[in-house]
Design a protein around this ligand. Structure first.
Ligand SMILES: [Zn+2]
Ligand SMILES: [Zn+2]
Length: 262
């Protein structure tokens, strides 16, 4: 199944009901996804306007969607985020602008608001093919070919004839584009020695595994759609937070934290 905002929302709501251990995280994530979908629809349905891919030029239109996003987080987010949202609702427009452009040029998964708010914008850029022109980030096979974002999650799909990736894709943490990636390679440091790459899963989540690298001590989670085709990678990644806890206890750092901070 291909991912859309609607399929992500549905999956998050379903998993919030079915997985008690992460239902609180997923309920918040579902609210967040709804708000991201509103930003996406606001951009997509603008008459006579398309983003140009230079954030500074696109911001006057995009930034109008920010207050309602902040209000959603203020109302439904965990305490720390809710109070940060309150602060941002009182911030000057120029400060918010700096925050968003700062993240765009030097992204960090610790910047929840900029990351969450810019995902629908970046996704819409990818869908219309308006290449970001002002990010200036390093390129690499482990970086999104469209926007150079970090991978958020790895996906295993049924291998297509002639495909070189062995059926493995990475999905971008910024624009949610997926791209083929070699199968037994670290998505952070590109380590290729199979002896340094580890795979761990729990019988509790049969279609999700943790892929670790002993060279750089990083990990990414991988969603195996050949085992469970109804999974929605971005959401199943969030729903399996206990695996992150385990990976951290083993001394691994995540390549890119997700929007619920795990
Ligand atoms: Zn991207
Ligand atoms: Zn590595």
């Amino acid at each position: 199944m291909s991912e859309t905002w609607h399929s992500r929302i549905r999956r998050a709501e379903q998993l919030a009901r079915e997985t008690p251990e992460t239902s609180e995280l997923l309920r918040f994530y579902a609210v967040l996804l709804r708000s991201q979908n509103e930003i996406y629809e606001y951009l997509r349905t603008r008459k006579d306007w398309l983003p140009c891919g230079e954030l500074a030029s696109d911001l006057p239109v995009l930034q109008r969607a920010l207050p309602s996003f902040l209000k959603v987080v203020k109302a439904s987010g965990p305490d720390a985020l809710a109070s940060e949202a309150r602060g941002l609702l009182q911030a000057r427009e120029s400060e918010l602008r700096e925050m968003l452009i700062g993240y765009w040029r030097a992204p960090s998964d610790l910047q929840f608001f900029a990351k969450a708010f810019l995902q629908p914008y970046a996704r819409w850029l990818a869908e219309i093919g308006a290449t970001p022109v002002d990010r200036g980030l390093a390129r690499g096979e482990n970086r999104c070919p469209f926007c150079q974002g970090n991978p958020q999650v790895s996906v295993l799909r049924v291998k297509e004839a002639g495909s070189e990736s062995g059926g493995r894709d990475l999905i971008c943490s910024t624009c949610l584009t997926s791209w083929p990636f070699r199968r037994v390679v670290c998505a952070n440091c590109l380590e290729e020695n199979p002896a340094n790459i580890g795979y761990f899963n729990s019988p509790h989540y049969e279609h999700v595994r943790v892929e670790t690298c002993n060279s750089c001590k990083h990990y990414i989670k991988s969603i195996d759609l050949t085992r469970y085709g109804l999974a929605i990678p971005f959401v199943d990644e969030v729903a399996t937070a206990p695996l992150d806890l385990w990976a951290r206890e083993q001394g691994f750092s995540k390549i890119e934290m997700n929007l619920v901070g795990v």
